[in-house]
Design a binder for this molecule. Structure first.
Ligand code: GSH
Length: 237
């Protein structure tokens, strides 16, 4: 009999092109892979939200009897569980830079991604066909009405598409510039900053947001880093 995997990642389901529709779930999945930790996925959706999940959001990592939510907190926990390779740089200033870049992914890029996926009708149809319709109802989490309401209260939902794309272009330029001199954002090896920004910018090139795809592909340092980070963090076959 095989040993049960000690780590279970409750996550939103994905598609043949990516582990999960949620960049936060992809970020944790890739962190587990990078550390070489064995883990298994459980597709959770609404059921976990109402029954077991302390935060109401995915991902949630189960370690023994403990449930941990929030991808940033989970990465910090993984560094304690398995220190090598570190996701948080050992140098305190680099650790701070990594966390700032990680929050840039969730506070700036993630709302752009949600806008492009859920507000634009044609993209929502693509997203629904790839990431919602194939899965049973209990594995789904968000409704379009909820996401549109949250985006309006965030502010991005009140903007038009040209405004959102102009802000996204600026951010992608900044990310591309940060990647010109080193293979990863904080130097020679991937950190939590790379995992967070890889997950959310990688989600822009999955066939559901055609306005954003060329913006990512044409930035050469950014595009090469996406491939490099993917290769370093993919689950071994
Ligand atoms: N800060 C959280 C954010 C996670 C998050 O927003 N997850 C989304 C899926 S991408 C979610 O579960 N949303 C459900 C909800 O807002 O009710 C993290 O880093 O894990």
């Amino acid at each position: 009999m095989t040993e049960p995997a000690p780590l279970t990642l409750f996550m939103l389901p994905g598609s043949p092109r990516v582990e999960s529709a949620s960049p936060f779930c992809v970020k944790v999945a890739r962190a587990l892979n990078l550390k070489g930790l064995p883990w298994r996925a459980v597709y959770a959706g609404r059921r976990l939200k109402t029954l077991e999940n302390p935060s109401g959001k995915l991902p949630v990592l189960q370690h023994g009897a403990d449930l941990l939510s929030d991808s940033a907190a989970i990465l910090t926990f993984l560094d304690r569980l398995q220190p090598e390779p570190p996701l948080t740089p050992r140098d305190p200033a680099d650790a701070a830079r990594a966390r700032v870049l990680e929050s840039w992914a969730s506070l700036a890029f993630y709302p752009d991604l949600l806008y492009l996926r859920w507000v634009i009708d044609a993209n929502y149809a693509r997203y629904k066909a790839a990431f919602i319709d194939p899965w049973p109802r209990e594995q789904r989490l968000l409704t379009r009405r909820r996401v549109l309401r949250d985006l309006r209260s965030h502010g991005v939902g009140l903007q038009d598409l040209p405004q959102v794309l102009s802000a996204l272009r600026r951010r992608l330029d900044d990310l591309d510039a940060l990647l010109r001199d080193a293979p990863f954002l904080l130097g020679e090896s991937p950190s939590r900053a790379d995992l967070a920004l890889f997950s959310v910018t990688g989600a822009l090139v999955l066939g559901t947001t055609p306005e954003a795809e060329p913006l990512v592909r044409e930035r050469t340092a950014l595009w090469a880093w996406l491939q490099r980070t993917d290769a370093r963090t993919r689950r071994p076959a």
